[in-house]
Design a protein around this ligand. Structure first.
Ligand code: LLP
Length: 420
């Protein structure tokens, strides 16, 4: 490993851990813990890697908002000219509130409601990624009532194995996503015959945390075959959306660099004029963020030592949900022998762990950072156990910006009522 940390903006020049120019301990002092902390420079360089790799051909990088939907994060990407991949009306509202361009929004998801369709049509989004025959009919109906034409791409399911965690693989026949490859032609014909739809593109997304570019290139070739068959019938597409999915290093994975991941795909589309769209989430934000938490108690056990921290599975669900690994580092170096700890939260569930068997030199009150937590961390958090959700901070050079205040407990039950 050339760098001990998965992002170059995290360093330990002396005894203190810094994100860009800001000491993590100063963030804990100012904003408390648990707090998600993101690096603007890391967000920017992740986006730039896509931009550079796609330079010279028509392409749109639509950040997958579900990975991290904080307005501060969205505003950073909006300023870089990103498009956005959304899966709900709520995410569309966030994109607009953060200054994102609706004309660069693609709308994915298997369950779009009529209201969400209306909202997206009024906003003038770039494309609906349609996932079923029933959705085609519904969208045509909603668009007709508004006197509009809805731009669509059919999300096809190329049935390739992305070789990733079963919960996050989406391109297999057994998944609920997309339409079966061999039905796509018929569905395009049907859509082409409907007055309030405009066929714009084709979309696919095979899974997440992909570490091997080969399955994606296989999916791309299949998609291209379909594009040509459609063209032969006079159905011409202006864009091809290849989804997201590029993996990141959490532990010792060796994901391809963006240019090595996109290289084989760009080869497949060499000489083609269609705009290429991508929907990366994790690879843009995952390693740009960490979860900062404080050790409340050290609890030596007969079989294990526990470090009980003030973050929990409600803040970072990935370990409990997927047995996911997040690297843990102590914020301040201590001159005591390290011990093996399970890092756990205060929630009343045995599944409430953040990391297991980590060798750390810790004392009560110490700060630790769970790394690679920028993607699917805060967005998957909950209020379980009536825990107010974490604050969020974006570091930019020497400045720390609070981009989400810590929730107050009163706000958690403000919408509830007691009975007489
Ligand atoms: N596009 C579509 C249609 C998707 O379903 C997803 C992710 C993405 C783009 C973004 O994929 P990415 O580049 O982030 O891999 N909660 C899980 C990940 C679920 C991903 C769902 N879809 C986790 O924490 O690992």
């Amino acid at each position: 490993m050339n760098n001990a940390f998965p992002t170059p903006t995290l360093t330990r020049p002396h005894d203190e851990l810094l994100l860009e120019g800001v000491a993590l301990s100063s963030i804990a002092d100012r904003f408390g813990t648990p707090t998600y902390v993101y690096s603007r420079a890391a967000l920017t360089s992740a986006f730039d890697a896509y931009r550079k790799a796609l330079d010279g051909r028509p392409a749109l990088v639509c950040y997958a908002v579900k990975a991290n939907s904080n307005l501060g994060i969205l505003s950073v990407f909006a300023a870089l000219g990103a498009g956005f991949d959304i899966v709900s009306g709520g995410e569309l509202a966030r994109v607009i509130a953060a200054g994102g361009a609706p004309g660069k929004v693609v709308f994915s998801g298997v369950g779009k409601t009529r209201e969400e369709m209306r909202q997206a049509l009024e906003a003038g989004i770039r494309c609906f990624n349609v996932e079923s025959a029933a959705e085609i009919e519904r969208l045509n109906d909603v668009a007709g009532k508004l006197g509009k034409q809805a731009p669509i791409a059919l999300r096809v399911n190329p049935d390739v194995d992305p070789k990733t965690h079963p919960y996050i693989s989406t391109g297999l026949k057994s998944n609920k996503f997309g339409v079966a490859f061999d039905q796509a032609l018929d569905l395009y014909r049907r859509a082409a015959a409907l007055p309030h739809l405009r066929i714009s593109g084709i979309a696919c997304h095979i899974g997440s945390q992909l570490l091997d570019p080969a399955p994606m290139a296989e999916a791309a070739s299949k998609v291209l075959g379909l594009v040509d068959r459609l063209a032969a019938e006079g159905i011409r597409l202006d864009h091809i959306d290849l989804g997201g999915g590029l993996g990141i290093r959490y532990r010792d994975e060796t994901p391809p660099a963006v240019e090595d991941y996109l290289g084989p795909l760009l080869k497949v589309f060499e000489g083609r004029s269609e705009e290429l769209c991508f929907e990366p989430g994790r690879s843009l934000v995952g390693n740009a963020g960490l979860l900062l938490t404080r050790v409340e108690y050290l609890k030596p056990g007969e079989e294990k030592n526990f470090a009980i921290v003030d973050a929990a599975m409600n803040d970072l669900a990935r370990p409990a949900l997927y047995d996911a690994y997040h690297d843990v580092v102590a914020v301040s170096a201590r001159d005591i022998p390290p011990q093996d700890y399970d890092i756990v939260g205060p929630i009343c569930e045995s599944g409430d762990f953040l990391a297991r068997q980590r060798s750390l030199a810790l004392a009560e009150g110490d700060l630790i950072a769970l790394l690679s937590a920028g993607a699917y961390g805060m967005t998957m958090s909950s209020n379980y156990n009536t825990r107010a959700r974490a604050a969020e901070v974006i570091v930019d050079g020497d400045t720390a910006h609070l981009v989400r205040q810590r929730e107050t407990v009163e706000s958690l039950y403000a919408l509830e009522r007691t009975l007489d």
